[in-house]
Unconditional design. Structure first.
Length: 189
């Protein structure tokens, strides 16, 4: 498991405070600030439409969002596809079952959200607490042992462990884990 360095003391000491930033528009045109969740916790899931690993996590993302919806947890899909249109995002959400799952979706065309959440891979999750602090970022779980190699059973549920800790007012045991998947390319490429 990836262990954060002491240079990331902000993460080790109760979360890294993030600048609120300007609200973005969801693909449905609703204003949303990903770093100021309306409830107890905001989850950001960084995805790419053509990443097989990201797409394989669609059911797990939906399960997590459904499981925690009644506990004040909001979920947002952050699309990192270069030059994707809102209509293509809506189609992808429909194709992978996200459309009826009460998930917001935004397009991160300039990679500002990924940069602020320290996301570099899809799928990757970021957990933002009610005060706008990044409490966790990294993999959803350890289903992928390596690129192209899955485990028979998930043995580490990094994201849900982090959510449970934040909801209980406790420190996240491992605030940063190393995700496996498709790299998020810089916006100018």
């Amino acid at each position: 498991m990836f262990r954060p360095s002491l240079l990331r003391a902000g993460l080790l000491c109760g979360g890294l405070a993030l600048a609120a930033g300007a609200p973005v528009r969801t693909v449905e045109g609703v204003a949303l600030n990903p770093f100021r969740p309306g409830g107890a916790v905001g989850l950001l899931f960084f995805v790419l439409t053509d990443c097989p690993i990201s797409n394989s996590y669609a059911p797990e993302i939906q399960r997590i969002c459904k499981q925690y919806a009644g506990k004040g947890v909001s979920c947002t899909l952050v699309y990192e596809d270069a030059k994707i249109q809102a209509s293509a995002v809506r189609q992808h959400m429909k194709d992978y079952g996200h459309a009826g799952a009460n998930l917001a979706a935004v397009i991160d065309a300039d990679r500002a959200i990924a940069h602020q959440a320290h996301a570099s891979v899809t799928p990757e999750a970021a957990l933002i607490d009610s005060k706008g602090r990044l409490q966790y970022h990294g993999r959803i779980d350890n289903f992928y042992a390596a690129l192209g190699k899955t485990r028979r059973n998930v043995t580490e549920h990094d994201l849900t462990d982090a959510i449970d800790a934040v909801l209980a007012g406790k420190a996240v045991a491992y605030p940063e884990t190393k995700p496996l998947g498709c790299f998020i390319t810089p916006a100018d490429l």
